[in-house]
Design a protein around this ligand. Structure first.
Ligand code: UDP
Ligand code: MN
Length: 297
């Protein structure tokens, strides 16, 4: 079975999963057509992942934006549950981006874990807050964050951790399968198809629809990703167009051009609103209920 997933056979110390056991989950797709593993519960050994990551003495960055009402509504729970579940046992540095640094909640941090706050401007439209993240992340990755972290995850704040999100998720570049779309036929996936947008994919193209609420990778890979997306967003703005799902559309274009080295199953970022699914064993992140009337302006 390993022969079906070449990237899972990288030198064992580089993939943070050890030997994968795709046969433990015969009911789901565990490998992409380009050979990247799709990480489902049960196909990796968390202890091996932990051991590999600790041997490398890694520092993991976790970036999150909390601008406007998202700060009071979501940030405390996001950080408190990250303390319980995100990369436990590794060095972690949180980067919180907000326009109100003084309002960031004081969360008790475990040993080897730090929190830094970066000030950002409050954009006028929520779509712009979301898209501006790519430019701001690129700046951060080129500065202190890029110097102190080996790998970084970039996440939405409107979710909380509900299970161990560990080093099995690490790789050179990591994309998250979108919980609502992972079982949809390709032609129905909500990729941008309007050729005027830099995010457009040709009509019959597309691998998976990825969720912008979770993406990650090495600092170098994420600098390329954020540079691509920030530039594409600028180009669209200059042309007076906006991609259907904003930064997520551009992220999907990037991962179509540069295939991710690892793909996370929807167990890593699940929505309770979808209900029970036999293949979803243990969700690691759960979306908050969408209360757009409260948080968007
Ligand atoms: N965000 C924010 N303030 C805003 C809009 C967005 O802090 O006014 C950040 C926040 O981290 C949020 C992310 O941008 O989780 C993406 O926006 P949202 O979650 O509303 O988009 P959706 O998940 O609904 O596509
Ligand atoms: Mn969100």
């Amino acid at each position: 079975p390993m022969g079906t997933c070449p990237l899972a056979r990288m030198p064992l110390s580089d993939n943070f999963t050890g030997l994968l056991r795709p046969w433990a989950r015969p009911e789901v797709l565990t490998c992409t057509s380009w050979g990247a593993p799709i990480i489902w519960d049960g196909i990796f050994d968390p202890a091996v992942a932990q051991q590999q990551a600790r041997q490398k003495n890694l520092t993991i960055g976790l970036t999150v934006f909390a601008v406007g009402r998202y700060l009071e509504k979501y940030l405390a729970r996001f950080l408190e549950t990250a303390e319980q579940h995100f990369m436990v046992g590794l060095r972690v540095v949180y980067y919180v981006f907000t326009e109100r640094p003084s309002a960031v909640p004081r969360v008790a941090l475990g040993q080897g874990r730090q929190l830094r706050v970066e000030r950002v401007d409050r954009e006028r439209r929520w779509q712009d807050v979301s898209m501006e993240r790519m430019r701001r992340l690129h700046v951060a990755l080129s500065g202190r964050l890029g110097r102190e972290a080996n790998f970084v995850f970039c996440m939405d704040v409107d979710q909380h951790f509900s299970g161990a999100f560990g080093p099995e998720a690490l790789a050179e570049s990591v994309a998250q399968l979108h919980a609502w779309h992972y079982h949809w036929p390709q032609r129905l996936l909500p990729f941008e198809r309007d050729a005027r947008s830099a995010a457009a994919l040709p009509f019959d193209q597309g691998d998976f629809y990825y969720h912008a609420a979770v993406f990650g990778g090495s600092v170098a890979a994420l600098r390329r990703l954020t540079a691509h997306c920030a530039q594409a967003i600028r180009q669209d703005r200059a042309r007076g167009v906006e991609a259907r799902w904003h930064d997520e559309s551009h992220l999907n274009k990037f991962f179509w051009l540069q295939k991710p080295a690892k793909v996370l199953s929807p167990e890593f970022c699940w929505s309770s609103e979808i209900g029970m699914r036999a293949e979803i064993h243990r969700p690691r992140l759960l979306w908050a209920t969408k209360e757009y009337a409260l948080v968007r302006y």
